[in-house]
Design a protein around this ligand. Structure first.
Ligand SMILES: Nc1ncnc2c1ncn2[C@@H]1O[C@H](COP(=O)(O)OP(=O)(O)OP(=O)(O)O)[C@@H](O)[C@H]1O
Ligand SMILES: [Mg+2]
Length: 272
């Protein structure tokens, strides 16, 4: 169990339409941030399909959902009723669910909770995730489609919201909606859009990006990302690639400190 440092972590959440590259970019961000050995990074997979663990080469033994269900079983069997006892059990289980790999820790949320019940358990879990996050410099959340789920199931305190889209009008519409909803739902400091899988700068320049969204940059179609995914290999093992360089540049645009950014790449010369 990591010693509690109670830091103020930067909490970076990635949201966007299905299949646009949230998991690949989350794993790339974890790779970039953890490449500085002084950074402690917590990766949270908020997608029930648990794809981020594969992208990071981490095996999940227990999800937050497993812990929740175990506690609910105990409450229903009359074994645990006291709130303090619940918190202590959940606290213990939460740390046992943290998978650690050097300066990276990983937590999978699992399936969405059942509707309408067990609010107390859900609240305790959210508080515990926030307290675990206090041990890290960066938290990277691979979200489902929207920020509401992250807010409800993972953590309310997202500091950096990264909207992800491909070049499609559908993808851009989804991020527009997420941005509208997040405006009131969450208290984050920075947000911005990354356009993923573009074939050229010209493709980027032709895109019509909604006025209200700040674009951080674009990430090229990258054969290394593609082939690592096909082979089920961890993105942490990629030495360098055009996508990694582009994501570094995007992170620096939202004031996430990264080293070795080539500012000339993927910059925004874009007419709306
Ligand atoms: N920059 C890129 N270059 C090449 N392939 C990419 C790139 N980004 C993502 N991909 C590929 O696109 C596919 C979808 O990516 P990914 O799984 O990261 O999307 P997702 O948004 O997490 O999807 P889901 O909504 O299903 O969770 C994967 O096969 C991945 O390898
Ligand atoms: Mg995914």
């Amino acid at each position: 169990m990591p010693e509690t440092r109670n830091k103020k972590a930067s909490v970076i959440a990635l949201c966007g339409k299905g299949g646009v590259g949230k998991t690949s970019l989350s794993a790339t961000i974890v790779k970039i941030l953890s490449s500085n050995p002084n950074n402690k990074v917590l990766a949270i997979d908020a997608d029930p399909a648990v794809g981020l663990s594969t992208a990071l080469g981490i095996t999940v033994s227990k999800t937050i959902d497993d812990i929740r269900n175990e506690l609910i079983r105990q409450v229903e069997n009359g074994k645990t009723t006291d709130k303090a006892q619940m918190i202590s059990m959940l606290d213990y289980e939460m740390f046992s669910a943290l998978e650690e790999k050097k300066n990276i820790a990983f937590l999978a949320i699992g399936r969405p909770e059942m509707e309408g019940c067990y609010c107390q358990v859900n609240h305790i879990l959210k508080d515990l995730i926030a307290s675990v996050a206090g041990n890290f410099d960066f938290v990277v959340i691979d979200g489902e489609a929207g920020i509401e789920q992250i807010n409800r199931r993972v953590m309310a305190k997202v500091t950096h919201l990264i909207l992800v889209s491909d070049a499609s009008a559908k993808g851009l519409n989804v991020v527009k909606t997420i941005k509208e909803v997040s405006g009131t739902a969450i208290d984050y400091k920075k947000d911005g859009l990354i356009i993923n899988r573009l074939r050229s700068k010209t493709e980027f320049e032709k895109l019509i990006i909604p006025e209200e969204i700040d674009c951080l940059g674009w990430v090229p179609e990258d054969d290394t990302i593609r082939s690592f995914d096909i082979e089920g290999k961890s993105i942490l093992e990629i030495n360098d690639s055009p996508a990694i360089q582009a994501v570094k540049s995007c992170l620096s645009e939202i004031d996430i400190p990264v080293s070795g950014v080539d500012g000339a790449l993927h910059k925004l010369t874009h007419t709306r």
